[in-house]
Design a protein around this ligand. Structure first.
Ligand code: PSU
Ligand code: MN
Length: 304
């Protein structure tokens, strides 16, 4: 039986030639950002990766398979609001069998990337333990615990409980590594009060940590947390107030399950006059750049 994970030619050639690749999720395109900013996101992340000397590997489900390395024409299909369904790892078989257009979250993206042999990925903020107990815990966390590799993000999204999420990641043996920082970044805001035990300063240090992890046969992802670019960072209390209001509206509207995260992000953008959108795009672009620099640092060492 042919594999339902399709590796695009550009990604395959890069893999064979030892060229660095960064895997990218499409849920941020399909659900996380409004149109037309989602198109801008594709362009900015892809450009940042190429400028650093790496190849973008956008992941998504379409036409009965999961592709690592969607081209521009394929990515365009994810842009229209509501066109793609949100696909976490557990939803992949359903998306493939029904030939659905599936925008992959972090959990589905790192799963497919690992199967394609791509071990560096980038996103904005990860899912985690939502506020108010552990009724709603993102599938991102468990997948990070059982997928070897490295994910560059800006910490948990603003709508997540950062303390509970950090505790859960410890329980799951996922190491959180600050990228030039000692405290856990908080998506749109630069930091949470959570002190990190691990830190790297620059791509070379991150690359050698990934090498060590893979060399040990570790089965979990190293979570590299790069704070939102300083000029775009929002005050933590402003984000907290807006996030709390977003939760209230989601409760009142009865928005549950996987629709909740996109709903909360949309309300957040509305409540902050779009500043959260600028910060979100800026951190996505910067995380793409950092991930590409790390992947390139590894490719250089491997080729030496
Ligand atoms: N980061 C963003 N915007 C997003 C997401 C992350 O800046 O839309 C998506 C990611 O795909 C992440 C998902 O994996 O939200 C988590 O959703 P949930 O909480 O339903 O597991
Ligand atoms: Mn959930």
């Amino acid at each position: 039986m042919a594999s339902a994970v399709v590796v695009a030619d550009e990604v395959r050639t890069a893999l064979e030639g030892g060229v660095a690749i960064v895997a990218l999720e499409t849920s941020v395109i399909g659900q996380g950002l409004p149109s037309p900013r989602n198109e801008e996101c594709i362009r900015r992340m892809s450009t940042a990766i190429r400028m650093a000397g790496a190849v973008p590997g956008w992941v998504g489900a379409l036409d009965g398979h999961v592709t690592v390395g969607l081209d521009d024409g394929e990515l365009a299909r994810f842009l229209e609001p509501g066109a793609a369904t949100k696909v976490a790892r557990r939803d992949l078989p359903v998306a493939v069998a029904t030939r659905a257009l599936g925008a992959t979250t972090v959990s589905a993206t790192i799963w497919a990337a690992a199967r394609a042999g791509v071990d560096v990925a980038a996103t904005g903020g990860i899912g985690g333990v939502h506020r108010g107990g552990d009724r709603d815990v993102s599938a991102d966390l468990l997948e990070l615990a059982r997928t070897p590799g490295m994910l560059v993000c800006s910490g948990p999204k603003s709508i997540i409980d950062p303390v509970a999420t950090a505790e859960k990641l410890e329980e799951l043996s996922v190491a959180i590594v600050g990228y030039g920082v000692d405290r856990l970044p908080f998506f749109l805001a630069s930091e949470t009060p959570v002190e990190l035990e691990h830190r790297v300063d620059g791509p070379a240090e991150a690359a050698s940590m990934l090498d060590a992890s893979l060399g040990l046969g570790s089965d979990s992802t190293l979570l590299v947390c790069n704070p939102v670019p300083r000029a775009l960072a929002m005050p933590a209390d402003e984000v907290a107030v807006a996030a709390a209001e977003a939760e209230r509206r989601a409760d009142a509207a009865g928005v549950e399950g996987k629709a909740r995260t996109p709903y909360l992000l949309a309300v957040l953008a509305e409540l902050t006059d779009g500043r959260s959108l600028e910060a979100n795009l800026g951190l996505l672009e910067d995380n793409a750049r950092v991930a590409a620099e790390i992947a390139v640092a590894r490719a250089v060492t491997a080729g030496a």
